[in-house]
Ligand binder design. Sequence first.
Ligand SMILES: [Zn+2]
Ligand SMILES: [Zn+2]
Length: 418
Amino acid sequence: MLIDLDFHIHSKYSGGTSSNMNFENISRQAILKGLHLVGTGDALHPGWLKDIRKLGKFSDGIFELNDCRFIITTEVEDAQRVHHFIILPEVSAAECLREALKKHSADIDKDGRPHVRLDGEEIADRVDDAGGLIGPSHAFVPWTSIYKEYDSLRECYGRNTGKIKFLELGLSADTEMADYIKELQDITFLSNSDAHSPWPHRLGREFNRLSVRDITYEDIKDAILRRKGNRVELNVGFDPRLGKYHRTACVNCYTLYEIEDAVRFRWRCPGCNKTLKKGVCDRIKELADYNEPRHPPHRPRYIRIAPLAEILCSALKIKTIYSVKIQDMWKKLVTRFGSEIAVLIDVPEEKIEAESDGDVAWMIKAFRDGRFSISYGGGGKYGEIIFDRGDADRENGTTPKQEESYTGRQASLDSFMR
Ligand SMILES: [Zn+2]
Ligand SMILES: [Zn+2]
């Protein structure tokens, strides 16, 4: 069977997270979004663990509430400020890992994403002892990822490198980009939202479609390990050009820079004197082993999507996603057609038009056909989709030529569908 799964979210106990991130809200929003399964996130936090224990049991290692299922996951920050993503088989495994990390962490009782004074290799030992899986979170972001710190998996995970079976691409990268790197050829890619709020443009903005025999922890693990016929069937995620660290840019005024210029300016913005952050796109160019992406035979397709709520904002000319009108229209379309993905990809345009208005249907069609341009994300600011105009690149003062060779042309969504 096929299931849509977003492994990586954070609870209300993580820093910078919405107080609405409780299981009641997450489960209801996940179902609307079309997700079958969500990672619990934050499974080392005592308060969140208590809430996890209150969920119903669905199968071995899988829990449920309001028809939404949960798998136990967590993220930790290591001594070098690298984030690791962890998937666990049972509540008892989370408790066991918590005990093992507790003496190395000052905030494991406070922060849903604890800081641990160990390196990647040492954390991987503890996760292995607990029977879980570990891999790099948002692997290329310039603040807290493996490749901001190291040039290879081995530098981070040492003798445990062979145990790394997955890597999370993060919002600013996709398969086209990551497959320039030789050491990732045998690694399964995951695309997750890393949501800090349950709103539909956050939760499930990236997810994985898995082909599994049953919905159990073991089957999902087998999908990541690509064995017994289980596998990741699709990665569905942000157009990486929209990711907030895609391009090299100033963290203050968000001006985009070519990497050569950033080096020449010594990573200081000539405009406002604040720090320039290396974009994921430029970091991948440094790490690239190949001149073009080489997709191994097991690699699933990556479908680029954008949040439906943002498309509705453009169509209805409303600035904020939180407006009642946007939320109402989103809910109407999603409940009528079953899920956000159905509206974005599957439902015929005429049917959408009958439920909304011409502009909404036109924009969804334009999105499917790839008839839009992009204002690139960078320096911590998300990019934007721009419909009906072709001047986004010029406005940014960038030269998209070089970019395009790395991210590929935005193909029509139709071309991805069988
Ligand atoms: Zn993280
Ligand atoms: Zn600046």
